[in-house]
Design a protein around this ligand. Sequence first.
Ligand SMILES: [Zn+2]
Length: 466
Amino acid sequence: MLKFRNTLSGKIEEFRPMREGEVSMYYCGPTVWDYGHIGNFRSALNADILRRYLKFKGFKVTHVMNITDVEDRIIAKSQEAGLTIDDYTAKYIDALWEDFDALGCERPEIVPRATRHVPEMVALIERLMASNHAYKSDGSIYYRIASFPDYGKLSKINFAGNIAGASDRIDTDRYEKEDARDFALWKESPSPGETGWDAPIGRGRPGWHIECSAMSMKYLGETFDIHAGGIDLVFPHHENEIAQSEGATGKQFVRYWIHFEHLKVEGETMSKSKGNYYTFRDVAAKGFSPAAVRYFLLSVPYNKQINFTFDALAGAEKTVAGLKDFRARLTEAKTSSGNNAALEATTAQAAQEFEAGMDDDLNTSVALAAIHNLTRDVNTAITSKKLLEDNKLQLLELLKRFDSVLNIFGEERHEMLDTEIQNLIDERQEARRRRDFARADELRDELAGLGIILEDTKDGVRWKRK
Ligand SMILES: [Zn+2]
């Protein structure tokens, strides 16, 4: 039985989607003002594990991840660079996908960009104004928190008595808000030189929170199953999303809220000023493989803080190499036909322990322990020649199942057999005989791509592996 800790209830709950067999899920994606740091990628990776495990359990998953490509930092940076917002963010969006793919994350089904959804945001703001949840002041539009009594239900922050008085209002905020807690839905950009969109509500640009409400509801409906994101988003971002969406629709916005814990670096919060701020690229430049980064980041369950150290990453590098070696050894093991019942039971137990761990609020460390115990037992069986053909097939199949969730064994490398290579070489010789040099070159390139080097000698063609 699949269970998650739901931030909304504060309890571990059995997961039951609205529609049987289908899951709708939204993950607050990156703000593309710079390269993503490893903390961002821990979060994206946890969303990847979540979606992959839902698929493992047989659900059809629709996963939406937004890209925030307009906000104050992006506006400032693009102006500094003399670029349009699209031209400025293009580089970081490309980099995002490069890193995402390198880390072995599956791309979400739908990836909406904020700048492409301004009309949807404007429509939602108009709806909030019509229902008295929003008001205009000095050209900008704010959410009226006093109109939403449930405010605080996600973060459990008690706002009673926290409503700023008239004098505070003047001191704490330069905006003309009714209440210091009220947040901007639409920021006025009156001059044509300023980044903004012409809209019936006035020329302006959207606040960050409205973007996620508008885009999630557009693609997943007014109520959907799972909303995930980093724990730092609980307040105010997700609290505000609830106020906006539920204020507008009067319906429950999200059924399960899942929040990923922080990443610390050498025990400290990552920050540029402390010099402990790393992008995925910085880590790769130190020679660590993406597979090791992935393994390290998923080795600690999402609901616990992870402490990033280069020593730990070096350990992950060794572990990942060990897993790859294990699969190669298993793949290449010569076996006799038959089935070793004891080993079959060990295999079934590992499968069961893996699933029990993941069912329990995605406990990846229990799942990994099941895998490591299995590899140890199977290595012993291979050495003592107790691995039989049926066991080998069951095990290879199970590794594929594990990897559909964790993706830590990596791409399977198909080693070409000598006979397959010889066939390609013969085909090339045949092409040369009929003076089809284009085909011959094509085959030479194909072989080169497989790491096979050809040498034409007077005794014929010799070949070797690179
Ligand atoms: Zn969001």
